[in-house]
Design a protein around this ligand. Structure first.
Ligand code: PGA
Length: 246
């Protein structure tokens, strides 16, 4: 089955309204690739560009109520959001998000019709200890126990040591983990696994995007730093588009 790649930018806590406006003017989309941008959430309500989807960088596991500072999936949907990152390693690290909470967030997103982009990835110490598959399996386990959710997610493999460091996993190492993620899903539902989009993230740049996206189980990219510059992001979109048969 051919899977349409998804290229998604994650601005994290960067950018201002003016920078976003310029980005939206300069970003060049193609029908061969799905594209999305996750700006800081307060800019979501005013952001629009035909053909570009928007995502939040996080979503509450709760619906309405006493959760100061949080945004619910229904609110994000209300302002036109299509995706929500859940379990980004920075949320796991700085906000102590557990694997169970991340799965609850994915569930809350799906309940409102948002597509969760479920982030997983090991630290350098875990990689050096040979624990990559174990860590990924533990991160995925609470998600894989949710039959109504697993068919509606995108997974992003982001090795923590590659995020913002300029170090990228080799395309072979990334492919190996992506294939492992797909087999984890296949153990639950082969059809869902075959259609699952698995993005690679971690120092994706114009000069490495083509090789990463050409791997059989890499279905696009989650791009941090390089998404702040529309020209770089455009090159990454083009690299992903080049992997799609004409
Ligand atoms: P990076 O970030 O591309 O700057 O490494 C990726 C991410 O954290 O999503």
């Amino acid at each position: 089955m051919s899977i349409t790649p998804l290229v998604m930018g994650n601005w994290k806590m960067n950018g201002r309204a003016e920078a976003l406006q310029h980005f939206l003017e300069d970003v060049q989309l193609t029908t061969k690739v799905d594209t999305a941008l996750c700006p800081p959430s307060l800019y979501l309500a005013s952001a629009f560009k035909a053909g570009l989807a928007f995502g939040a960088q996080d979503v509450s596991a709760e619906t309405d109520g006493a959760r100061t500072g949080e945004l619910s999936a229904a609110m994000l949907k209300d302002v036109g959001c299509a995706y929500a990152l859940v379990g980004h390693s920075e949320r796991r690290e700085y906000h102590a998000e557990t694997n169970e909470l991340v799965a609850e967030k994915a569930s809350a997103a799906v309940a409102q019709g948002l597509v969760p982009v479920f982030c997983v990835g090991e630290t350098l110490a875990q990689r050096e200890a040979g624990e990559v598959e174990q860590v990924i399996a533990e991160q995925l386990a609470p998600l894989l126990a949710l039959p109504d959710v697993i068919g509606k997610v995108v997974v992003a493999y982001e090795p923590v040591w590659a995020i913002g460091t300029g170090k990228t996993a080799s395309s072979e190492d990334a492919q190996q983990v992506h294939a492992y993620i797909r087999t984890q899903f296949a153990a639950v539902d082969a059809k869902i696994a075959a259609a699952l989009r698995i993005l690679y993230g971690g120092s994706v740049k114009p000069d490495n995007a083509a090789e990463l996206c050409s791997m059989p189980d890499i279905n696009g990219a989650l791009v941090g730093g390089a998404s702040l510059d529309a020209a770089s992001f455009n090159e990454i979109i083009q690299a992903a588009a080049a992997t799609v048969a004409a």
